[in-house]
Design a binder for this molecule. Sequence first.
Ligand code: FES
Ligand code: FES
Length: 163
Amino acid sequence: MPGTADEQSVSVRVMVNDRAHQLDVDAGEVLLGTLRDRLGLTGPKEACGEGECGACTVLVDGGPVASCILAAGSTNGRVVRTVEGLAGTDELTTLQQAFVRHAAVQCGYCTPGVLMVLTALLDDVPEPTETDVRRALAGNICRCTGYQQIVEAALEAAGTVQS
Ligand code: FES
Ligand code: FES
């Protein structure tokens, strides 16, 4: 159970990218602010700030969430992963490598969120269809790619389509 530090803050113990953190977060603080401003994890981006664009998506207990609208105080005892926590120290994930091969990144602003939703999809559905991929991306706005390269990269990473 979270301990109450005072009326305006909440004490949370949260695992972020395999590191444990004990933090006092403000009552109105959202997870995106905690990650970026306190932990220096600037991969998750803020765009709409209203849960509509997907730029801030991270995984909480393995599922994608819009961190711009999730209360940081609700993450006590939970496991958070950001785009910084996907790759190993010297190797990109299969999905990230496919993004590079397919030029699925242009300006890159949407990319951290897109990678997180697709990582969750591939964890849940090892052989997704194109429809599965497009459905997973429904909450992620990309102004640059037209999505086709992103979809192709996801399908290749899943082994559904061979390059
Ligand atoms: S910034 Fe969070 S969904 Fe747009
Ligand atoms: S690559 Fe620019 S918004 Fe997606």
